[in-house]
Design a protein around this ligand. Sequence first.
Ligand SMILES: [Zn+2]
Length: 288
Amino acid sequence: MNNYMKPALALVAAFTILGGCGHEAAPAPSPSAGASASASAGSTASVTPTATASATPQAPSSAAPQQSSKPSSTPKGSPAPTTSAGKNGAAQVVAQPASMTVLVNKQNSLPSDYEPADLVYPDVPFVFNEKIEKRKMRKEAAGALEKLFAGAKKDGINLAGVSAYRSYATQKSVFQRYVAQDGEEKAKTYSAVPGTSEHETGLAIDVSGSDGKCAAEDCFGGTKEANWLEKHAPEYGFIIRYPKGKADITGYQYEPWHIRYVGTDLSKELASKGQTLEEYFNAVPVAK
Ligand SMILES: [Zn+2]
């Protein structure tokens, strides 16, 4: 290994300890191995442009950035009742996977057959050109993302998408590849178990600057793009899902690039209170 590679590998190693995105992070010294993973399965057909059944009592979340008309009756208490309790530490399956405010983490899993009904391609630049699965988001989130990117641009910040939706099937194949390579216990430390990656909701996306540097890597933190997101994402209905210093609550290290759509009512409330989604729903800490 030459000296040039060493810092890169160190970074990869550091990042893979708890990668919430569970995505391109490759566990072994083959940083490129994971890169193609999520690109492989573009097999999500049913893109219905109609509104999906959002079965929750959430506030009518408009994607409009500045709307503050509705006092909101955002859901308090339980993160949607769970339907099946997991056995010893296994994740529980969430009852309302299509909710804009659904809590998905190491303890709360999407059903294995869940596939968002309203996936679309947001009209924003990505760091790649292909129209593939990881470019998709749910319709409401995609509209909000377009407004967020436009707002950033006005402030001189040029963003690019890195990775958005990931199907259960894709997450499963990624995870299984890591299990084959490292065993399940180790794989779980750096890759999300299928059903527990927030990318499977179609409401989360990793973003970077348009140059693609530090895409979904720790060095994104502190960049002007990261700072802009931290400050402004909630205006558009997004939250920094894994904030700094909350790893013991979210189960994930700081990921300044991973934003999650929850609607403007909740995003603004969380931002003003400095709360994570787990804290809001009084969910138990998921970190180990
Ligand atoms: Zn992510």
